[in-house]
Design a protein around this ligand. Structure first.
Ligand SMILES: NC(=O)c1ccc[n+]([C@@H]2O[C@H](COP(=O)([O-])OP(=O)(O)OC[C@H]3O[C@@H](n4cnc5c(N)ncnc54)[C@H](OP(=O)(O)O)[C@@H]3O)[C@@H](O)[C@H]2O)c1
Length: 287
């Protein structure tokens, strides 16, 4: 029987007790990887992910960590190596985001976003990359965001951290380009997880913007959120041995939401409903 593509590999997925990280952990396990599941507070959810992976016939452990605290990040790396012997695939996925208008932003929350989303990922990668380099094979996949590419409204700290992850991805990718280790980033658009939905909740409940979620969905070409599984598929692809030629890339997974910015919802509706004036809907020729 052909072996699974990630058989014999060990993956560490930060923030895999729920949301996107959970889907990534399960996907990597389905391809044969052993998985280190991490969580910050939700131990029960993390244990449930471990159980699911074991039911799939693979191995997993769960480790508690606050990615915003360097000493805990170092401890996570040590615990993972001690329990699994190696980490071949590192997915820096754990993240926090606090929507707030910048001119009255809480500085501690800005710092927290940078520490958890960016600094924690850099420290963990620093701790785990020597083993990958020694073995001549590794995959580092950073979960950034379209907010790190185009900026997000009221998300200055979050966008800064996510843009930083892109710089980190590219600089490190160049440094290890001839080693068998690749470093890439995946940039999801909005996903209906606790983190994604909290943004719209904040717009509606705190800023009093009515139907913010519906308004967003109406204004973007795909008229939908992407799913956790759509993001996990791309991460899993990058983790595969066959993806060895992709290095330093940022792959956007948003179904096209950041395309055509500034288009009025009505214009997008024309495409959605395949409506047009006249037979073709083409604009009249100017003479
Ligand atoms: N959802 C979106 O719309 C969206 C869009 C673009 C990018 N992203 C990125 O995708 C990643 C996953 O987001 P998500 O939507 O799946 O979020 P989520 O549902 O809120 O899950 C966050 C995960 O990270 C863990 N976590 C939170 N704070 C942590 C900390 N300080 N230290 C360690 N772990 C921590 C959580 O653990 P507990 O369960 O124990 O709290 C949980 O496992 C994030 O990097 C996010 O920025 C999300």
């Amino acid at each position: 029987m052909a072996s699974e593509p990630l058989e014999g590999r060990v993956a560490l997925v930060t923030g895999s007790s729920r949301g996107i990280g959970r889907a990534i952990a399960l996907k990597l396990a389905s391809l044969g990887a052993k998985v280190v599941v991490t969580y910050r507070r939700r131990r029960e959810e993390a244990l449930e992910v471990v159980k699911k992976i074991e039911e799939m016939g693979s191995e997993a452990i769960s480790v508690q960590v606050d990615m915003g605290l360097p000493e805990q990040v170092e401890r996570l790396a040590g615990q993972a190596l001690e329990a699994m012997g190696r980490v071949d695939i590192l997915v820096n996925n754990a993240g926090v985001g606090y929507a707030q208008p910048f001119h009255r932003a809480r500085v501690d929350l800005l710092i927290r976003e940078i520490n958890v989303d960016l600094v924690g990922s850099i420290i963990l990668t620093r701790a785990l990359i020597p083993g990958m380099l020694e073995r001549g094979w590794g995959r580092i996949i950073n979960v950034t965001s379209t907010a790190g590419i185009q900026g997000g409204f009221f998300l200055v700290g979050y966008s800064s951290a996510k843009a930083g992850l892109i710089g980190f991805t590219k600089a490190l990718a160049a440094e290890v380009a001839d080693t068998g280790v690749t470093v890439n980033a995946v940039a999801p658009g909005f996903v209906a997880t606790r983190l994604g939905l909290s943004y719209f909740y904040w717009l509606e409940e705190v800023l009093g913007i009515k139907n913010a979620r519906e308004g967003y969905l109406r204004s973007v070409p795909p008229h939908r959120f992407v799913t956790v599984d759509e993001v996990a598929e791309v991460v899993a692809f990058l983790a595969r041995p066959e993806a060895s030629g992709i290095n330093g890339e940022v792959i956007v997974v948003d179904a096209g939401a950041i395309l055509a910015p500034g288009y009025p919802p009505e214009a997008v509706d024309v495409i959605r409903n395949r409506r047009g004036s006249g037979s073709s809907g083409a604009s009249p020729r100017r003479t």
